[in-house]
Structures are given as structure tokens and as C-alpha cells.
Design a protein around this ligand. Sequence first.
Ligand code: GRF
Length: 215
Amino acid sequence: MKNIVILISGRGSNMEALIAARDAGRLPVNIAAVISNRPDARGLETAARAGITAHFVDHQAFAGREAFDAALAECIDGFAPDLVVLAGFMRILSDGFVRRYAGRLINIHPSLLPAFPGLHTHRKALEEGVRIHGCTVHFVTPTLDHGPIVIQAAVPVLDGDDEATLAARVLRQEHVVYPQAVRWFAEDRLRLEEGCVRLAAAPRAEAVLIAPEVC
Ligand code: GRF
């Protein structure tokens, strides 16, 4: 069974979705550890309650990005993960860190990339007046919120939506697609090959999820 390490910074609801999928027998992985860059991340308590090793590497204790990333990598490598899963990890990672985990570092972003990288994605979607919004799981490259796309889920933007209602609709889909992507990796069906996502024995359509509200 593959080892995964989950990195968080706060609430940790995507981490919870991964734990729930594992507990339900839908995600055959060993969650070796959850690591936060913030000591007060709510998700750390949730992980510990679930019996998962929970650590923090406080970014504020380090002089610069490289020093923090080195300490974080040392902590991660102690668990020998096959896959490092960024789940609301709110730190820009150095090129060296990204290269170290090339092909085994994935992220979830609350927009249909390449639209709306960065923060405040739901606000930007509302400002732009898009009719379809969503979330993306992708392999991480040195460019922020960029990289080969594994799976996306689309939701409608409805009349009367505000940031909170739209964020909640997207988050429900995040909790569906992230366990799916990690499951593909766990089953050796997902890999990165020369910068392209290879998804074995899964129809391309499986990587496109349209939330029921759209139909
Ligand atoms: C999610 O919307 C995720 O896509 C983004 O940050 C948020 C984290 O939420 N990267 P949670 O901590 O998983 O609840």
C-alpha cells in the first residue's frame, strides 16, 4: 500500500475527505502523516483525533523560504511518502522543493485552471461573470497553481451567488475529486510522463466531473 503525506495550513476539510474515503475503504493508502506550516491549524487536531501522526513545521521560525522548505522536506522524507498531497497548504514552494517531489506532488485549487490562479478565486469568478466555475487537481510545477491537470469538477454559478455560496458548492466537489485523484495514484493508474498526465484504464471522461446542479 502506498504512503501519503498530507500538507495543510488550516481547516483541513480536504484532508478530512481523504481520511473519510480511506475509512470507507475507497482509498487504499496509508496516511503516514499530516504536516502543517501553522502550529494552530485546525486540521492538525482533526488528524490527531483520527489517529494520524500530526506535525507542524512553523514557517515563521525560519529566515527564508529555502530554509523552511529544507526543514519541511526533512520532516516529509521521514515518512517516505510515495505521494505528497497539498490540501489547502498556503505556502509558495521553492523550485528545489518542487523538483525534489517531481511526479509525486499534487495540489487542489478552487478554480478551473488555468483560470483564476492565486487567491480569492470565487470572488474573481463572480467579478468575471463566468457561468461555470469549479476545482482542479494537478501535479505541481514551479509555477504557482499550474501544472498537468489530473481531474476537474465544474459547478454552475447561480443567480444570487456570493463568495460563500459559490465556495461551498465548489468545496463539495473538491471533496469528491481529491480522493478520486489520490485513489488513481494509489492504484498505479496515474502518473506523470514527460510532463503529461497518464491515466491508465480510465476513460478521459472520468477526469471531468460535472456537478449534478449543472444538469
Ligand atoms: C480549498 O478550497 C483548496 O482548494 C484550497 O484551499 C482550501 C483549503 O480548504 N487550496 P481545506 O483546508 O481543505 O478545508
